[in-house]
Design a protein around this ligand. Structure first.
Ligand code: ASP
Length: 461
């Protein structure tokens, strides 16, 4: 008889569960040709193959066991997991700072859905406190779910909506703001908020997590604690990103919103300051400043926002043999601004020149950045760079391509006058252009040194 409890299992995997009378949530020992494994049988993603049984090991890790290797099961009863996080009311302590956490979605506000195997959003104030009770040692926390989207779905409307919510909460007395956000596009939102929030009396700290909170290696709790700590106690009144420094949980790094970028698809230490040093290092509730040119917390400063945005903008990442129709199609479709991530010091191939010329003639604003990420655009070095400038393409100094893209949308929200756009684009508003690159800004002081030292020792034995 078919066992209906075997959620998501089918074919060979379902047959073997039925053969040994095992159900999902059974606590089992599985004897295989590769050894014995103990754990709980988890539901299977409906879209996954029928060749594996998924087991949650005692360590918390999930493994898949190949059906053909299974020799027998011993079952020790059932342990159905309830993945609902207990809701608790956040305690209030008059001595602690009032921090507001604005949730926008992403892994930090997610849990695993065992039906589909996917990570699904789950964010409520009570759930958050239930999951990370240490937050109550740091601050009085109010949480507001602004949005519940994975960050690839964030748009300029979300950026403006977040800036407006920050203004409202700061005017209502928040002494620090934390923004929970998907990590994939957090650096775009950090840049957008850096431009849209013209001045702030308190820290605005963006945070996310690379691993969801049901996983033993999750960075969600520590990142939240570090971010609320920075928001509540630090002296830095800027838009920051707070995430793991090294791959271990030794310390967090604080990065400036316009100089930060997600650099690894899965490491917890994925955010890196590019072309500068991080702002500060944070460990065990202590902040060690690395940079000192930051705006300071000042309760009397009014929070000012400027959320205009023209979204008719694009980034074009240059690659060899790019055809001019890429540029033409943007112009034909009404785009008003293009940021190019060019090769080396800021180049594209000759066949693109006529299309760039035409685009500029038709009123499109084109800015050059570098796909090397580190370093400045320097279009005076080669003739080809000068030629491109003569067409009207403007070198974007050391703005990161994504930052220049966000800034161009923000600037075009104010003006389309060519000179005014150039003046605004080349004036640093939030540290997006620096006069020179910090000598220690290239790869060092980035949280990677402990791993690097270990690696060098191993190589040089
Ligand atoms: N895809 C997710 C997001 O950016 C990843 C994360 O949250 O880290 O929304």
């Amino acid at each position: 008889m078919e066992n209906n409890d075997n959620k998501g299992y089918r074919g060979a995997a379902l047959s073997i569960l039925n053969k040994f009378d095992v159900s999902v949530w059974n606590d089992v020992e599985i004897e295989t040709t590769d050894g014995v494994f103990s754990g709980i049988v988890l539901p299977r993603s409906e879209t996954a193959d029928d060749r594996h049984i998924v087991l949650k090991l005692i360590t918390g890790y999930n493994i898949g066991i190949e059906v053909d290797t299974i020799q027998g099961f011993t079952s020790y009863g059932s342990k159905e997991a309830h993945y609902k996080i207990p809701e608790k009311e956040f305690p209030y302590d008059p001595i602690k700072p009032n921090v507001v956490l604005l949730g926008t979605g992403g892994t930090i506000a997610s849990r695993l859905d065992y039906r589909t195997g996917a990570v699904i959003p789950a964010f409520s104030p009570g759930e958050l406190y239930g999951a990370v009770p240490e937050l109550a040692d740091v601050c009085n926390l109010k949480t507001i779910k602004l949005y519940g989207v994975f960050s690839e779905n964030i748009t300029p409307e979300h950026w403006a909506g977040t800036a407006k919510a920050i203004k409202r909460e700061v005017e209502n007395g928040a002494q620090g703001i934390v923004i929970g956000h998907g990590t994939d596009t957090m650096h775009y939102t950090a840049a957008a908020l850096s431009f849209m929030i013209r001045q702030t009396p308190v820290p605005i700290v963006m945070v996310g997590s690379q691993r969801s909170s049901d996983r033993p290696s999750s960075d969600a709790a520590l990142n939240l604690i570090n971010a609320t700590w920075t928001a509540g106690y630090s002296d830095i009144a800027e838009v920051l990103v707070c995430m793991f420094g090294p791959t271990s949980d030794e310390y967090a790094l604080l990065h400036r919103g316009t100089r930060v970028r997600k650099m690894h698809s899965s490491y917890r230490s994925t955010f890196r300051t590019i072309g500068d040093t991080p702002v500060a290092r944070l460990a065990n509730g202590e902040i060690h400043m690395i940079k000192n040119d930051l705006r300071k917390r000042c309760p009397k400063t009014p929070l000012e926002i400027d959320t205009v945005f023209d979204d008719r903008i694009a980034i074009v990442y240059y690659y060899p043999n790019m055809k001019p129709d890429i540029i033409d199609s943007l112009v034909d479709n009404g785009y008003k601004g293009i940021v190019i991530a060019g090769t080396g010091l800021g180049h594209v191939n000759k066949p693109l020149y006529p299309s760039l010329k035409r685009a500029i003639k038709e009123g499109v604003h084109i800015y050059m950045t570098v796909e090397t990420l580190w370093g400045y655009v320097q279009m005076y070095v080669y003739d080809t760079g000068r030629d491109i400038m003569e067409l009207g393409v403007v070198p974007g100094a050391n703005m990161l391509p994504e930052v220049a893209y966000v800034k161009l949308g923000w600037v075009l929200g104010h003006t389309h006058d060519r000179e005014k756009v150039a003046e605004m684009m080349l004036t640093p508003y939030a540290g997006e252009i620096t006069e020179r690159e910090a000598v220690d800004g290239y790869l060092i002081m980035q949280g990677g040194l402990p791993e690097m030292e270990k690696f060098l020792k191993e190589v040089h034995v």
